[in-house]
Design a protein around this ligand. Structure first.
Ligand SMILES: CC(C)(COP(=O)(O)OP(=O)(O)OC[C@H]1O[C@@H](n2cnc3c(N)ncnc32)[C@H](O)[C@@H]1OP(=O)(O)O)[C@@H](O)C(=O)NCCC(=O)NCCS
Length: 276
């Protein structure tokens, strides 16, 4: 996928009602660690795929084929092209979030179920609304500063088992990022991507609830805030459902290759489901 393919690829996916991927493709075509590909028939884009190398862990995402072209091997070819690019970049673990349509294809290509993402949604809050028990006053949500970067990168690496430094360096800024600070200890963070996701890491449900409360207040009572957990985080899922969040979506996360040294219970939100 070249810069000139972004517009036709995004337009085709939008027409197919599979979401607005323009900003995501703009990122993927301008980030060295991403390997975006397209399938063309007679010079027209009919399929997409994006690989992202987070160190030795690679993400396979946005595998999409125009409905009239399905069942002819393009989906498999796009997935294989993305995998080849990631393996050439040194990835030994491959991850992806599968739709029902994609699952059989990926299983035949050697991916196996690792866990499931659960996406929940909360309504926004006004400044005066109470949410949950009174907060610990030593924990504060504050604007990110560049001096936080090393601690944030270390926390992200411990949580995900991936090296997402290239993404964090591009997106983390005082405008996009909030950190949870307890007496100088960076306990968690949320980073907004330009397409709207919110990568969130926190070490305990209480820390995550504090970050969520901040996000709900920023969004206001008419807004909505989404969080994404994996099934290993049973305590987190119970805490969020107890706080009234409603499950809205769920999808399997698949893995191929070396197992991951990660902390799934520290993960509370994703950049998107093609990136983790
Ligand atoms: C998933 C998707 C990319 C597959 O694209 P595709 O071009 O049809 O895929 P292929 O033609 O390469 O087929 C892939 C496999 O599915 C099989 N297949 C294709 N059409 C099928 C059908 N209608 N029923 C059952 N199996 C089918 C093929 O036999 C092939 O298996 P094989 O390679 O082991 O022989 C496509 O359905 C799509 O874009 N869906 C919407 C977006 C989406 O959900 N993407 C997945 C994100 S995780």
């Amino acid at each position: 996928m070249l810069a000139a393919d972004v517009e036709p690829a995004a337009a085709a996916i939008l027409r197919a009602d599979w979401g607005d991927r323009r900003t995501w493709f703009e990122f993927a075509t301008t980030q060295a660690e991403c390997r975006p590909v397209v399938a063309e028939v007679d010079g027209v884009v009919v399929g997409t795929g994006v690989g992202t190398a987070n160190g030795s862990v690679g993400w396979v995402g946005t595998i999409w084929v125009e409905s009239a072209q399905r069942g002819r091997g393009l989906g498999r070819a796009l997935t294989q092209a993305v995998i080849d690019g990631l393996e050439a970049a040194g990835c030994r673990t491959l991850l992806l979030v599968a739709t029902d349509e994609g699952l059989p294809l990926y299983e035949r290509m050697g991916f196996a179920m690792q866990t499931r993402y659960r996406i929940l949604e909360a309504q926004g809050l006004e400044a005066g609304d109470l949410a949950g028990p009174p907060d610990d006053p030593t924990r504060v949500m504050r604007v990110y500063a560049s001096a936080d970067r090393d601690a944030l990168l270390a926390l992200d690496r411990a949580a995900t088992g991936e090296d997402r430094g290239h993404i964090i360096r591009r997106f983390a800024s005082p405008e996009t990022t909030r950190v949870l600070d307890q007496a100088g200890d960076l306990r968690g963070f949320v980073i907004r991507a330009p397409w709207g996701g919110g990568a969130t890491v926190a070490q305990t449900p209480a820390d995550a609830m504090r970050i969520l409360d901040g996000r709900r207040r920023t969004s206001g009572r008419s807004g909505r805030v989404r969080v994404g957990l994996v099934e290993e985080n049973a305590a987190g899922l119970a805490a969020l459902e107890g706080a009234g969040l409603k499950p809205i979506w769920s999808a399997p996360r698949l893995i191929r290759g070396e197992s991951l040294d990660w902390r799934p219970d520290w993960i509370w939100g994703q950049f998107n489901h093609a990136l983790g």
